[in-house]
Design a protein around this ligand. Structure first.
Ligand code: NAD
Ligand code: ZN
Length: 230
């Protein structure tokens, strides 16, 4: 298959595309943090119970993310966007697509770069080693990480744009996501039902593999490189 024969590409990315930038995925991670699993910290319940603890964990994560660099897979997608219509819907919160130069990025799960005020919704950019829990720069009220937690709904406006991208594309790529958390499966299904070619890049078998026209069992960087440059 020749990626250049497609005019309108929609890409869904998950934590797997950033593991080569040394940002661990949740499910692939071995280590716990203070005996907590990520699924026990990235929830509204965890934050309501112990906001300091959740902020402490996010402070560590943002330090990792700010020190990380985009990898070849992020750059290849940014390059591809220069020559055709391409939308990235990312479940990642690390902003590595934007840092690689991608313009058309939909953040389905928000980002960890900012805090969001619980009172006025103002977003403040977080810096390395920021003081936590941070207060809003406008009204001095408490804030939360600007991410979508387990059990919360996606930002509707952003998700609607992702739906449009996947129903209009002629190629849907699903890269580095387990496909067990919605909306991965539904976006891939939507593209397929509208006649798009569905391509998956993941070293492991996932639920998306069942509907994909082609599954490339490789890591994101070499999988994309072979696809685009061969
Ligand atoms: P996930 O389970 O969807 O992602 C992991 C997937 O990536 C697995 O299917 C794995 O086989 C695949 N993978 C691993 N290495 C790969 C590689 N080099 N190339 C391609 N695929 C590879 O996601 P998760 O870790 O359970 O995360 C759940 C949610 O938590 C995310 O949707 C996100 O909101 C958040 N999260 C974000 C980041 C980030 O921003 N980098 C990291 C961890 C978690
Ligand atoms: Zn505020």
């Amino acid at each position: 298959m020749n990626v250049y024969s497609f005019k309108d590409i929609a890409v869904l990315t998950g934590a797997g595309i950033s593991t080569e930038s040394s940002i661990a995925s949740f499910r692939g991670q071995n280590g716990l943090w203070k005996n907590y699993r990520p699924e026990e910290l990235a929830t509204p319940q965890a934050f309501a119970k112990n906001p300091e603890l959740v902020w402490e964990w996010y402070a560590l994560r943002i330090n990792t993310v700010l020190k990380a660099k985009p990898n070849k897979a992020h750059y290849l997608l940014a390059d591809l966007e220069k020559t055709r219509k391409l939308t990235i819907a990312s479940q990642n919160v690390d902003q590595l697509h934007q840092r690689a130069g991608s313009k058309n990025v939909l953040e389905l799960h928000g980002n960890i770069s900012h805090s969001r005020c619980l009172q006025c919704a103002n977003l403040d950019k977080l810096k390395i080693d920021f003081k936590h829990p941070p207060k809003c720069s406008k009204c001095n009220e408490n804030t939360r990480p600007n991410v979508v937690w387990f059990g919360e709904s996606l930002p509707q406006n952003t998700f609607q744009k992702a739906i449009q991208a996947f129903q209009n594309c002629d190629l849907a790529m699903v890269i580095g996501t387990s496909g067990v958390v919605e909306p991965a499966a539904s976006l891939a299904n939507l593209a397929k039902s509208k006649g798009a070619f569905v391509l998956e890049i993941n070293p492991e078998l996932t639920p998306i593999s069942q509907i994909a026209n082609l599954s490339i069992r490789d890591i994101a960087s070499t999988g994309l490189d072979n696809l685009i440059n061969n």
